[in-house]
Design a protein around this ligand. Sequence first.
Ligand SMILES: *[C@@H]1O[C@H](CO)[C@@H](O)[C@H](O)[C@H]1NC(C)=O
Ligand SMILES: *[C@@H]1O[C@H](CO)[C@@H](O)[C@H](O)[C@H]1NC(C)=O
Length: 411
Amino acid sequence: MLRFGLCVFFFLFLPNNVKLLDNGLARTPPMGWMSWGYYMCGDKCKEKPEKCLDEKLILSVVDAFYNEGYQEAGYEYIIIDDCWSEQKRDKNRRLVPDKKRFPRGMRFIADYIHARGLKFGMYTNIAAKTCMLYPGSRGYFDIDAKTFAEWGVDYLKVDGCFVEEDFLNIAYIKLGQHLNNTGRPMVYSCSWPYYIQYIHHKKPDYKAIAPHCNMWRNYHDVYLSWEAVKIIIQHYAEEYGVLSAHHGPGMWNDPDMIIFGTNSLTESQSRVHLAVYVMLSAPILLSCDMSKVTAYEKKLLLNLDLIAVGQDRLGIMAKPHSLEYGVTLWVKRHLPMKGDIYHSYSFAIVNFDSEQHLIHFFPKVYGIDSADGYTVMDVFSGEFLRNVTLHDPMQVTVPPDDVIMYTFFPL
Ligand SMILES: *[C@@H]1O[C@H](CO)[C@@H](O)[C@H](O)[C@H]1NC(C)=O
Ligand SMILES: *[C@@H]1O[C@H](CO)[C@@H](O)[C@H](O)[C@H]1NC(C)=O
């Protein structure tokens, strides 16, 4: 009965004619932590101990997720990015974890992670070398897929440096088949469209990509500054038409990591960063020393009203509308529904201008349609502000570099 219910559910809510990777994973956007954003290669542990990618770091993230409420809020995948291996494969041509930094190997880390109910992610590149010149998977798809499966990997990020365009288009599909052949479901995170667009200067064919990957990068890496976050958000606003058409359960556009815990953002900027990412239904991947997450950032990360919008099972990417003064109104339709007819909606009003603005808008223009009205919640405070009819205007004051976010539940 339950299974039947689930089938009906997916049947009802998947966009028509969209094929997706049939591994049962990432039906909501993955949440977790990945090493690259803050630690980058992290292999100079003597010179830069504070940026060392090693076993101790990974276990510290696992412990933080397990002990500090992140796991309960949905943070699940802990992902080791580039630079984790020895320079040479072993005599069976298998990849070997760096013996100094990962002395007990990857199976040990996977077991530690799984024992706490969390999931383990790793990284490779589609070429013979990784982007940072460690051994890559070209010529070894079969062996590497089996190795990752034996280690207990649940998520694989596959980068796309150093190969020609034709190879990208073939190899991501091939590697995906090898992953499938292992029988171990792994979230397949592809950088395929990014390399097509920004290295080979062609238009990615998302229709061809979406059935083969659970998520994909389509834009530049984030770096540790507010500018980088703003540029990514503006890119998603501009590319909404292209990106939203191939986005939903099992297939996510990935705007790259959340830069919390790196002392890069003010409180209002961190609100914008996380609010827009949940409105997009983007993967939420932290990258930092978990002990450096500020109390305010943690409050946002564990705000279940916010997370619920991002983890909504419909997985609809919010649509951006340009208002006056460079203010953008993002609108997202989501669950719960009233009587299988009327959706809930979230509205995020983002101000990138340098001055505060008073904004008026009519939610009715952006889709709300229940004649019984809505109850309006401020997502950051969790307070129910008031009940509105279909015809009421909204009036909000948005400070510079800030966001006001409301969820409307049908009454
Ligand atoms: C492999 O692909 C088949 C067919 O698409 C699918 O039913 C199965 O769940 C996949 N298995 C894994 C481990 O991804
Ligand atoms: C909104 O309406 C509901 C249902 O009629 C009611 O229970 C609630 O108290 C109202 N909330 C406010 C803030 O007026």
